[in-house]
Write a protein that binds this ligand. Structure first.
Ligand SMILES: [Zn+2]
Length: 206
């Protein structure tokens, strides 16, 4: 069980998180501190509402902590006339944040599986991507989480996940390499064992 799901389980059980979740006022105060650190006055008119807006933005950026990706995939369809070829949702746009700099990671995901008697609604694949994207992430871990969850819940013949993303901590700061993107993949089952299946999937990536 991943630590993220573990946190969610604790939330569901009404247990206080061991790292202590602050309230909204504490978060807004923290943002005022950061504004002062940047060198500006959080009380001036242009900035007075900024901590409130930032707190709301953070709720959106990190909404994935309140989502259980396994539940998203719970409802499946079995009337598929024996369909056992690859299903691929291509180019799923996602926005995430790197856990090292809290800088945006923007990119696309390709999610494929070969069903074993049942399929999920295609929008659910995109929602699983979002459930993991809307957290503090590193791309390698997010790629594995998406593939592992689909594999565990759907129990297909195989899963393939490829993520291609730009990391703003590399493009707008640090080494400043704006044209680079990072490609990560996780192949399970027939995607790992069967070179033809893997090749068929890779040909769908642009
Ligand atoms: Zn980073």
């Amino acid at each position: 069980m991943s630590s993220n799901v573990h946190s969610l389980e604790m939330l569901k059980a009404g247990k206080r998180l061991d790292f202590g979740k602050p309230n909204r006022e504490e978060v807004e105060e923290a943002f005022r501190t950061i504004i002062r650190w940047a060198g500006d006055d959080p009380k001036r008119p242009g900035l007075i509402e900024t901590p409130l807006r930032l707190t709301r933005a953070f709720e959106e950026f990190f909404a994935g902590y309140g989502q259980d990706a396994s539940l998203i995939l719970e409802r499946t369809f079995e009337e598929i006339e024996g369909y056992d070829e690859m299903t691929v949702l291509r180019g799923i746009r996602f926005e995430s944040h790197c856990e090292h700099h809290l800088a945006p990671i923007t990119g696309k995901a390709w999610v494929a599986y070969v069903p074993s008697g049942r399929v999920v609604g295609i929008s659910k694949l995109a929602r699983v991507v979002d459930a993991y994207a809307k957290r503090l992430q590193i791309q390698e871990k997010m790629t594995a989480q998406i593939a592992n969850t689909i594999d565990e819940v759907l129990k297909p013949q195989g899963v393939g996940v490829i993520l291609k993303a730009t990391h703003h901590c590399m493009t707008t700061r640090g080494v400043h390499k704006p044209d680079s993107d990072l490609v990560t993949s996780r192949m399970l089952g027939c995607f790992r064992d069967n070179p033809t299946t893997r090749q068929e999937f890779l040909q769908m990536i642009d």
